[in-house]
Design a protein around this ligand. Structure first.
Ligand code: FCB
Length: 479
């Protein structure tokens, strides 16, 4: 197989999923309801009324899925733990059957030679905690650390890398400001309180894991937004600064520098006074990280608003996120998102691999000693199975190829990127878009739940075998 670019020998190749998106079995073995059960069952919240009740049925097919991962040659698997399987109401005693599922998963991964990368929270908060205020309440951060301790004790050093949170931006702003994600709240002040309590939960959970497992490697995964200003006019540059503040800096600075951005209080003055930040919180949040996980899909462009704010129509917005009547961009009402040039994926997100290089290089420039990993990257396309039973998803192959090339350019520039996880192993429940948007490198037939590796999976296997990029054209030959 011709190799067009070699990656470092110890570069880690993986795939990612999340509990609510693949597991199904929502009422089994003592699992308690999560905010996504409630949200997805509320009419009008998800496309087609889809829920995660069955999803990809991974809960029942876990062993076969691990065998599939082994067959694809994955070296690492990034999964998330459903908190409400471990503690059905988010606090109190351990539900042994729930913990046993993840214990079996990590054992089977290790037996297959695959490193388990466990995310503690990928958006499925126990509903009982939401009923007490959810992430807008400080108590949730405290309970999150108790849950982290249970997992550290239960899974122990079998977990190769721990990730506290996945994309806290989405939890805070899509969950509590725009409300297009569970719990579906539209309250800007609650969203900013959620930001802080997610940050605090991250710090407290990381500390709890290390108390149990002093050698544990701990990370967090952020969806840092790569946004550019439409011009260098001062008002457009200021629009970009406001977005960067609430998109990226509200997480990066507390977690990595132990402070909140200087102008955050002024930007959000009419919304909250930040009195929920207590003495000592920032020290607790700024725990040392072994790796920073970066999820990357597309880029955005902003300018100072020149027309009245549009009312959302539910379609993907030019910011690459789900648009809604309420904006997720708290404190940035005078910022306008511009449509991005194509090509676009089925999410309406523009394809811009150079943004990933810029992001990785920019992070290295700011935090030179911090190792990075791409913990999600991939694309939804309307795959159509061919007569031959295969899925010739050449656009997904090209997307992954071009983004790996972008990671390669960052490596060339000396950036310490440790690994890459394609999103996603399986077609799955894409949140508010239900089963309509397929991100898998493996197709899931939602009638039979049968798995079929797409050409992208076969091509990815060759990349992993070669330890480097192989030409996109090889995919057609393999499929
Ligand atoms: C990310 C999420 C992941 C999936 C991808 C497409 O924001 O972490 O669960 O929905 O987007």
């Amino acid at each position: 197989m011709p190799v067009t670019r070699r990656f470092p020998a110890d570069f880690l190749w993986g795939a990612a999923t999340a509990s609510y998106q693949i597991e199904g079995a929502v009422d089994e073995d003592g699992r308690g309801p999560s905010i996504w059960d409630t949200f997805s069952r509320t009419p009008g919240r998800t496309l087609g009324g889809d829920t995660g009740d069955v999803a990809a049925d991974h809960y029942h097919r876990m062993s076969a899925d691990v065998a599939l991962m082994k067959d694809l040659g994955l070296q690492a698997y990034r999964f998330s733990v459903a908190w409400s399987r471990i503690q059905p109401t988010g606090s109190g005693p351990v539900n042994a059957a729930g913990l046993a599922f993840y214990s079996r998963l990590v054992d089977e991964l290790i037996a297959a030679g695959i490193r388990p990368v466990a995310t503690l929270y990928h958006w499925d908060l126990p509903q009982a905690l939401e009923d007490e205020g959810g992430w807008a309440s400080r108590e949730t951060a405290v309970k999150f650390a108790e849950y982290a301790r249970i997992l550290a004790e239960g899974l122990g050093d079998r977990v190769w890398l721990w990730t506290t949170l996945n994309e806290p931006w989405c939890s805070a702003f899509l969950g509590y400001a725009s409300g297009v994600h569970a719990p579906g709240v539209a309250d800007d002040a609650a969203a900013l309180a959620a930001v802080h309590h997610l940050n605090l939960g991250h710090g407290l959970a990381a500390r709890a894991i290390r108390e149990v497992l002093p050698e544990a490697k701990v990370s967090v995964t952020l969806n840092l937004h790569v946004t550019r200003a439409a011009s260098d006019r001062p008002e457009d540059v200021e629009a970009l600064r406001r977005i960067d503040t609430v998109a990226n800096e509200v997480f990066l600075q507390p977690m990595l520098e132990g402070r909140y951005p200087e102008r955050l209080a002024a930007d959000t003055a009419g919304i909250t006074d930040w009195s929920f930040v207590h003495d000592g919180d920032l020290e607790a949040i700024a725990v040392p990280l072994d790796v920073l996980g970066v999820n990357y899909y597309s880029t955005g462009r902003v300018r100072h608003r020149q027309v009245a704010a549009p009312v959302g129509d539910g379609s993907p917005g030019p910011d690459g996120h789900r648009s809604a009547e309420h904006s997720p961009w708290v404190g940035a009402a005078d910022v306008e998102w511009l449509p991005q040039p194509g090509p676009h994926t089925a999410m309406g997100w523009n394809i811009d691999p150079q943004g990933l290089t810029d992001l990785l290089v920019g992070l290295r420039d700011r935090y030179p000693t911090l190792p990075l990993a791409v913990t999600e990257n991939g694309a939804a396309f309307d795959d159509v199975p061919s007569e031959d039973g295969r899925v010739h998803d050449e656009r997904r192959v090209a997307y992954v190829h071009d983004h790996l090339e972008a990671v390669g350019r960052a490596l060339d520039a000396g950036v310490d990127v440790r690994g890459y996880f394609v999103w996603s192993l399986l077609d799955n429940f894409e949140w508010a878009y239900g089963y309509d948007r397929r991100f898998g490198i493996v197709r899931v037939d939602y009638d039979t739940l049968e798995r079929t590796p797409k050409d992208s999976a076969l091509w990815y296997r060759e990349v992993l075998r070669a330890g480097g990029l192989v030409p996109v054209a090889e995919a057609a030959r393999l499929g």
